[in-house]
Design a protein around this ligand. Structure first.
Ligand SMILES: Cc1ncc(COP(=O)(O)O)c(C=O)c1O
Length: 351
């Protein structure tokens, strides 16, 4: 049985979080002399001289309406990368505990593990980029605190079989992190509706992809109220700045625009796949549920360099295990995708 108390670090269990001025007094007052701010204002048209809401209530309320998840089940981070780091700091004792990652996958799980001095046990995906459940079961021991599953997966683009994730959730006594950064492009259902079913589930989403707000840095974690409460205690007091909170609130009014871009991206993805298939140096294009495609080629480095010389940057993933020869290509605007295929037509690789 999953019990949060069994996996929480002792120092976090006993942590008295920093109590900010904005935590101690909530409500409206006419004079604020409690936070050592500059009362005169900001040297800007907009005023940012006051600290932001530490728990970002207004943003969460709007997200709660959009996602259908109560505010108490939402954590906001400075990008989902911050949520990943806070999960490590909350649950993994440095030098003692371990987590399981399933490469090829998003690189920050490993980096965050390294920063926190936590062993990341690798159980590679199968040849068709699905979970190796037997391998994961073997790798788990009583110091395993988290398993990271990215679906749709970066860099492979495919969704992970839902039943396999459910098997992990039902049988693992630690936390299963399901990273859904690309969920808006996927045919698969999100896991955020399953929070009441699984107390050990943490779903990560972000405004950096389909929502077009990578520069504002806003990531979301959805989990049980207990887990969210721990993450809020561990996070820096004002981790989401005021400009981000205000701009995100405005952006969240534009759901229709975002849905339109998602539709266009999927159309463009299909067109790009068709165009790339014709090139001799393209060996395979993996099915994608995301806004990028993984393309297996005869010479990833040669193609990458050819494109860089012509001002187009893609991601060379050819050194990544199970992605040999692969480039990861983000779907751009119609003009950008045409520019890419036109530049590739000028490429002549040695036979
Ligand atoms: C799978 C995955 N998770 C998380 C992130 C990071 O998201 P954020 O910008 O919210 O930190 C990325 C970014 O590339 C990603 O691919």
């Amino acid at each position: 049985m999953f019990d949060l108390n069994n996996i929480l670090r002792e120092n976090i269990k006993n942590l008295t979080p920093y109590s900010s001025a904005r935590d101690e007094f909530q409500g409206e007052a006419s004079v604020y002399l409690d936070a050592n701010e500059n009362a005169f204002g900001s040297p800007l048209d907009e005023q940012y001289n006051r600290y932001p809401d530490p728990l970002q209530y207004n943003v969460k309320k709007r997200l709660s309406e959009i996602k259908g998840v109560p505010v108490c089940n939402i954590f906001l981070g400075n990008g989902s990368d911050e949520a990943i780091d806070i999960l490590f700091r909350s649950f993994c004792n440095p030098g003692v505990d371990n987590v399981i990652i399933v490469p090829p996958t998003y690189g920050m799980y490993q980096v965050s593990a390294n920063i926190n001095d936590v062993e990341a046990r690798k159980v590679h995906l199968t040849a068709d980029y699905q979970l190796n459940l037997d391998g994961i079961a073997e790798a788990i021991d009583d110091r395993t605190k988290m398993i990271f599953v990215c679906s749709p997966n970066n860099p492979t683009g495919n969704s992970i079989n839902r039943e396999d994730v459910e098997t992990l959730l039902a049988n693992f006594n630690g936390i299963v992190v399901v990273d859904e950064a690309y969920i808006n492009y996927s045919r698969q259902k999100t896991f955020i509706q399953e929070l009441t079913e699984y107390g050990n589930l943490v779903v990560l989403q972000t405004l950096s992809k389909a929502w077009g707000l990578a520069g504002l840095r806003l990531g979301m974690a959805f989990a049980s109220e207990e887990i969210i409460e721990v993450m809020n205690r561990v996070k820096p007091p004002y981790n989401i700045n005021e400009a981000t909170q205000q701009l995100v609130l405005r952006a969240l009014q534009n759901v229709d625009q975002v849905n339109e871009w998602i539709k266009q991206t999927l159309i463009e993805r299909d067109k790009l796949v068709l165009a790339l298939k014709d090139f001799d140096f393209v060996l395979d294009i993996y099915p994608s549920d995301a806004n990028f495609i993984l393309v297996k080629t005869t010479d990833a480095r040669g193609i990458y360099n050819h494109l860089v010389d012509r001002g187009i940057i893609v991601r060379d993933r050819s050194k990544v295990e199970l992605c040999e020869g692969c480039l990861r290509i983000t779907v751009g605007t119609p003009e950008e995708n045409i520019a890419l295929t036109e530049r590739l037509k000028a490429l002549h690789l040695p036979a």
